[in-house]
Write a protein of this length. Structure first.
Length: 318
């Protein structure tokens, strides 16, 4: 019996040491690869419903269930390794694990959350900040005016405000917000089924590089900005890749859930040279999108045209 207890204790200690070693190793690798420069890290790549997706019995989801794997909902972290601070763009249904990655794996304190819009995959993770879970105190949440009004006047979100779990800070179209030393973020309004709020993408501007994060938009020709010109003037673009093509979900009316198909975006941007096309990384994949799987024909088609497919853990210097 004593031997068994000692074996269990040794196994538990080994697991603790292994976990601590993993965190230290991640910190060392991060320091070697990125030095003291701020960076962005992809914390999820799936559309609002994640993958596997509720109600889906097709192989795109059953294969994930059988292998006990999942893709987290689209989310981007911004990390300042010097000050050990981080920010999150969108509070997703996968907030607990994404919060842990930013705070534990990257060794930071979460300093604020920037919201893109009021669709379920982009703000509902805020409830984890409330009294039933974390009981956070005055977490800064950055939102456009209609988004702020939505949170303040609808339950259960208004309870987060009244109890002081979150402090909503209004952001303004095209106005930069300084979040760190030579580190800024700027919201850009885009058209996208704005039932409850505006929808924005974010340009993140560092000392040396800039990133544009846009998980949702209706169609490129509805936007007052020119995506072609925007790509020319930034270093990395994480763009809406919800659907690969028109016939992906035949049982749904695609006009009710408009997004630029990946094949449309590639056609729109194919006039860019290969260096500029290589800046584009598709993200926010619906579970039905074949590009969500490595080595699929859709994945290889995207790569053959010198565009990229985002994966959780991708990092980009700022």
């Amino acid at each position: 019996m004593v031997g068994t207890i000692l074996d269990v204790q040794e196994e538990y200690s080994s697991k603790i040491m292994s976990s601590n070693s993993k965190i230290v190793l991640i910190a060392i690798i991060t320091s070697l690869l990125f030095g003291d420069r701020p960076y962005a890290v992809v914390l999820g790549i799936a559309q609002d419903g994640g993958a596997p997706h509720a109600g889906c019995e097709k192989s795109c989801c059953t294969s994930l269930l059988e292998s006990n794997k999942k893709e987290k909902v689209s989310c981007l972290g911004i990390v300042d390794p010097v000050k050990k601070q981080s920010w999150m763009i969108d509070a997703t249904p996968d907030f607990p694990s994404q919060y842990r990655i930013l705070t534990e794996d990257h060794g930071t304190e979460l300093m604020g959350i920037f919201l893109t819009h009021a669709h379920v995959g982009h703000y509902t993770g805020l409830f984890h900040l409330g009294r039933e879970v974390m009981g956070m105190k005055d977490m800064p949440v950055y939102a456009m005016p209609k988004m702020k009004d939505f949170l303040e006047n609808n339950g259960p979100w208004n309870q987060l405000v009244s109890l002081g779990n979150i402090e909503i800070r209004t952001i303004i179209e095209s106005k930069e917000i300084r979040i760190g030393d030579k580190l800024f973020i700027e919201p850009l309004i885009v058209p996208h089924r704005d039932e409850y709020s505006e929808t924005v993408g974010y340009r993140i501007i560092g000392k040396e590089k800039s990133i544009f994060f846009l998980p949702d938009i209706d169609k490129w020709d509805k936007w007052h900005n020119d995506i072609f010109q925007l790509i020319l003037n930034i270093d990395i673009a994480l763009l809406d890749g919800t659907f690969y093509s028109q016939n992906e979900i035949p049982h749904r009316n695609m006009n009710e859930i408009p997004h630029p198909f990946i094949i449309e975006t590639m056609e729109t941007l194919f006039g860019l040279n290969s260096t500029n096309r290589n800046k584009v990384h598709f993200i926010h994949f619906n579970h039905s999108n074949p590009a969500i799987k490595n080595n699929s024909p859709a994945y290889h088609s995207i790569r053959s045209k010198r565009f990229n497919v985002s994966r959780e853990g991708d990092r980009f210097n700022l």
